[in-house]
Design a protein around this ligand. Structure first.
Ligand code: HEC
Length: 289
C-alpha cells in the first residue's frame, strides 16, 4: 500500500517537471524575439502586415521615369479638406473648426480687433462677429464658463458681489461691475464686445508695471469660441437688469406681473399657516374689549 502511493507521487512529480520545462522553453522562445540583435531575419509568429512592398518617402526609385519614389499630385486634384466639406458640412465641421483654430485666419473672431485707428491703436469690434451664432446653446455655454472662471470675482450676476469681494482682500483697482454705465456708453471701449473678449483672453495689464495684471488673463483656459460665449452671457446679464415688461412676449407677462407685485404696506401679507393647523387669528388687544 505504502509503496504504491509513493510510486504515484513520483509519476506526478515527473509529469509536472516536464510541463514546467516545456513552458520555460516556450517562454524563452517567445521572449527572445523582439528587440534582440541578430544577423538572421527575425522570427515572425504573427507576420500580419509586417512585410509590405512600399516606397519610402524621399527616396529614389527605378520604377518611375523621373527616378522619384514620391509621385507629384495629379493635375486637377482637389485638396482633402475641400472634398470633406463639399456636400458633407455637418460631418466635416469638426475638422474645419480645428483647421480654422490652427490657422487663426479670421482676425476679428480670434482677436476681437477689427483694425487700427489713426494713432495705431487697436479698434475693438462693437458686436460679436457674425461668424458666431448667438443662440440659447451659446448663452448656456457662456453661463457655464462665466460661473467657472469669472463669478469668483465678478459675482454670479456680474455685479461684483462675489466671494472675493466678501473676503475683502482689497482688490485695487476694484473689481468691475458689468452693470456700470460705462458698459453702455458708446464712447467707452467697454461698450465694445471685442474689448470684453480681449480682456478675457489677455487680462488687464497694470499700467507702468510690465508683467503685472489688475485682472489675470484667461486665454490659457478660455478658447476664443468660449470667450465669445462669455461675452454673450455678460451682455445677457446686463440686459437682465435693464429690461422692461415690454421686452417680455405678451403671453408671458401676466404671470410675471403677478410674481413681481410688491406687497402693499397697508395690507401686509397674512402669515403663512403651518400645514395642518388652523390659522391663528392675528393678535388683537388680548381679548379685552
Ligand atoms: C481674480 C479676479 C478676477 C477674475 C476671476 C476675473 N476678473 Fe475681470 N476684472 C477683475 C478686476 C480686478 C478688474 C478691474 C481691472 C481694472 O480696473 O483695471 C476686472 C475688469 C474686468 C473688465 C473690465 C475691463 C476694463 O477695465 O474695461 C471686464 C470686461 C472683465 N473684467 C471681464 C471678466 C471676465 C469675462 C472674466 C471671466 C473670464 C473675468 N473678468 C474674470 C478681476 C477679475
Amino acid at each position: 500500500m505504502a509503496n504504491g502511493k509513493s510510486h504515484m507521487n513520483k509519476t506526478i512529480n515527473i509529469q509536472s517537471a516536464a510541463i514546467l520545462v516545456g513552458a520555460g522553453v516556450l517562454g524563452l522562445g517567445l521572449t527572445g524575439c523582439r528587440g534582440d540583435r541578430e544577423n538572421e531575419p527575425p522570427r515572425q509568429f504573427f507576420p500580419d502586415l509586417d512585410d509590405q512592398q512600399k516606397w519610402n518617402p524621399q527616396t529614389g526609385s527605378e520604377f518611375f521615369a523621373d527616378g522619384r519614389s514620391m509621385r507629384p499630385v495629379v493635375p486637377g486634384t482637389v485638396p482633402f479638406g475641400r472634398t470633406m466639406a463639399v456636400g458633407n458640412e455637418p460631418w466635416a465641421a469638426h475638422w474645419k473648426q480645428e483647421r480654422d483654430d490652427l490657422l487663426k485666419a479670421d482676425n476679428v473672431f480670434y482677436t476681437g480687433v477689427e483694425g487700427v485707428n489713426e494713432k495705431g491703436e487697436p479698434v475693438y469690434v462693437r458686436t460679436i462677429p457674425a461668424s458666431v451664432t448667438v443662440d440659447m446653446a451659446l448663452l448656456k455655454r457662456g453661463q457655464e464658463r462665466f460661473n467657472i472662471y469669472c463669478s469668483v470675482c465678478h459675482g454670479y450676476q456680474g455685479d461684483a458681489k462675489s466671494r472675493i469681494m466678501e473676503a475683502d482682500i482689497g482688490f485695487n483697482p476694484a473689481i468691475v461691475n458689468f452693470h456700470d454705465a460705462s458698459f453702455f456708453d458708446q464712447g467707452n471701449v467697454r461698450s465694445r464686445d471685442g474689448w470684453i473678449f480681449h480682456t478675457i483672453r489677455n487680462g488687464k495689464p497694470t499700467e507702468g508695471q510690465p508683467g503685472k495684471f489688475n485682472m489675470p488673463a484667461y486665454g490659457h483656459a478660455v478658447s476664443e469660441r468660449d470667450a465669445w460665449a462669455i461675452v454673450a452671457y455678460v451682455r445677457a446679464l446686463e440686459a437682465s437688469r435693464r429690461g422692461t415688461i415690454e421686452d417680455v412676449p405678451e403671453s408671458g407677462r401676466p404671470g410675471l406681473l403677478q410674481k413681481e407685485r410688491p406687497a402693499s404696506p397697508e395690507a401686509p401679507a397674512p402669515p403663512t399657516p403651518t400645514p395642518g393647523s388652523t390659522p391663528t387669528p392675528a393678535p388683537t388687544t388680548g381679548g379685552v374689549k
